[in-house]
Design a protein around this ligand. Structure first.
Ligand code: ADP
Length: 501
């Protein structure tokens, strides 16, 4: 169990929320699963049970999709005045702000992450994003088209486009940023006038369910937002093949993304995919190391490296290698390790036993393939899923740890000699989510940024996300964008209208 000492310091609303089994949200009602089954959600710092959660499966997905379909076809939501839609969304953002500390505690409990960072980053950006997206309904518009129609030269036409919601969306999210991913998905669906069935990750259902409570209080029509916790191969799979679902929006691993794209092909769903990464952080020879070294450390160790755009391949010029490795090891060794409910702990547990085993397997593989273990490499404590921040030195492109996404606090450092080769080295991966360049020289930026095949390139920073900045991948990191105006593109159909006078 989660320890009594941890629980007694929590806000009473957090304690209430985890004091009885959580249900699923279908058509504005909280219900148990059709099968009556529940699953345990665990505290990664102890491995103990936090609370039971209703386990959704095909029948629950059917009910939720029917509700979302009815809300889309016959309900007030898609045709509601844009200003009224905006008001509902602002109300939701206000309620999230009022409950931000509870959301942060639930996130720290369920995911394991640092509660203060969750409040400042995950929860705040989630709130900001709902507000950002709340600004869009009044600004979604088509165009007037200057038609020529060469085979009807004497006729007069008015041509224009309408932007219309794509319909019922199935949204499947991962466990690394549960509140933020929930907000990314709900915000754009709601702004575009879609209705949704959202499935949180089985490891971390609590904050999405809490947001479901706030959705009910915010006054959205029934059926607009449905939340079904459950496993990927059951509830998730049922959503991806459902005939009444028009679009699937997925954030998670490339491996599961491929399964979902195939599953959604039969009914030709609109699909957007935000997938894995193996993002390069490139220190150039002129970099300011006082910024680049702590920057490279936070690029990989933030959120225990459970970040799809984490700077997991660090490129260092041969001439700076020893200095960078020494600074990085110092930063890694100084990080306090422990449960996320204590805000002083900067390295928290990985989310699950499965994730712990996976990351440890990669560390062993790196060791076996000849990487230097410069820092970390071991478990910390004897309960919970804690792994020390780990630096693998002298790695190369052929090692499994360099080629595959580890999704843990493990950075692979590679040496290089020639700046002219750096873009090629950085692009030597199936992924293309993020990249960072550390330099003081603007001509390096101008030369290298266009050569990097990645959806975001940071300069002298890494992992900076903003509501206005589109985020998404190239190559096997996926397609379609979250955040920014571009997020709306894949939630809107374009209808051409042609009127002959
Ligand atoms: P991670 O590698 O981050 O654990 P996954 O890609 O395995 O992430 O899971 C992300 C989300 O995808 C979770 O909500 C999970 O339940 C869901 N999922 C996993 N397998 C499937 C599947 N076959 N069909 C639909 N959803 C799935």
């Amino acid at each position: 169990m989660t320890t009594a000492a941890q629980l007694e310091n929590l806000h009473h609303k957090t304690q209430d929320f985890i004091s009885s089994p959580r249900k699923m949200l279908v058509n504005g009602q909280w219900t148990t699963s059709a099968s009556g089954k529940t699953f345990d959600t665990l505290d990664p710092s102890t491995g103990g049970v936090i609370v039971q959660v209703a386990e959704g499966d095909k029948e629950d997905i059917d009910r939720a999709v029917s509700a979302a379909r009815a809300a889309f076809e016959d309900g007030p939501w898609p045709s509601m005045n844009p200003t009224a839609r905006e008001r509902c969304m602002h109300k939701l953002a206000d309620l999230m702000e009022e409950n931000a500390d509870i959301l942060a505690e639930l996130e720290a409990l369920d995911n394991g992450k640092n509660v203060a960072i969750a409040r400042a980053v995950d929860i705040q950006v989630a709130i900001d994003y709902i507000r950002y997206m709340a600004g869009w309904p009044t600004k979604i518009m088509g165009n007037i088209l200057p038609l020529s129609v060469p085979y009807a030269p004497d006729a007069k036409f008015l041509g224009y486009t309408l932007k219309e919601p794509v319909g019922v969306v199935g949204q499947i999210i991962p466990w690394n940023f549960p509140t933020l991913m929930c907000a990314w998905k709900l915000g754009v669906a709601l702004a575009s006038g879609c209705t949704t069935v959202l499935k949180p990750a089985e490891e971390t259902p609590l904050t999405a369910l809490y947001i479901g409570e706030l959705v009910c209080q915010a006054g959205f029509p029934d059926g607009v937002v449905n939340i079904i916790p459950g496993y990927g191969h059951t509830a998730g799979a049922a959503l991806t093949t459902h005939k009444q679902v028009d679009k699937i929006a997925f954030t998670g691993s490339t491996e599961v993304g491929k399964i979902i794209v195939k599953a959604a092909a039969d009914t030709m769903k609109n699909v957007s995919m935000e997938l894995g990464g193996k993002s390069p952080a490139i220190i150039l020879p002129d970099a300011d190391l006082d910024i680049a070294i702590p920057g490279a450390a936070s690029a990989i160790f933030f959120n225990q490296g459970q970040v799809c755009c984490a700077g997991s391949r660090l490129f260092v010029p041969d001439s700076l290698y020893d200095q960078v490795i020494e600074g990085l090891a110092e930063a890694a060794n100084a990080m306090k390790i422990g449960p996320g409910l204590n805000p002083d702990n900067m390295v928290n547990p990985l989310v699950s036993q499965i994730q712990y085993d996976r990351v440890m397997g990669y560390i062993d593989s790196g060791r076996a393939e000849g990487a230097d273990i410069v820092a970390g490499g071991k478990r910390r404590g004897d309960k919970g899923y804690f792994i020390e921040p780990t630096i693998l030195g002298n790695t190369n492109r052929d090692m499994k740890v360099v080629r595959e996404e580890i999704f843990g606090p493990v950075v692979c450092v590679q040496r290089y000699n020639d700046v002219d080769d750096i873009a090629k080295l950085a692009n030597d991966t199936i992924y293309g989510l993020g990249a960072s360049i550390w330099t003081k020289d603007v001509s390096n930026i101008i030369n290298i940024v266009p050569k990097i095949r990645a959806g975001t390139v940071w300069v002298n920073c890494h992992n900076i996300l903003d509501v206005a900045m589109p985020f998404g991948g190239y190559k096997q990191s996926g397609f379609g964008k979250d955040m920014g105006k571009e997020a709306l593109d894949s939630y809107l159909e374009t209808k051409s209208v042609c009127i002959m006078a």
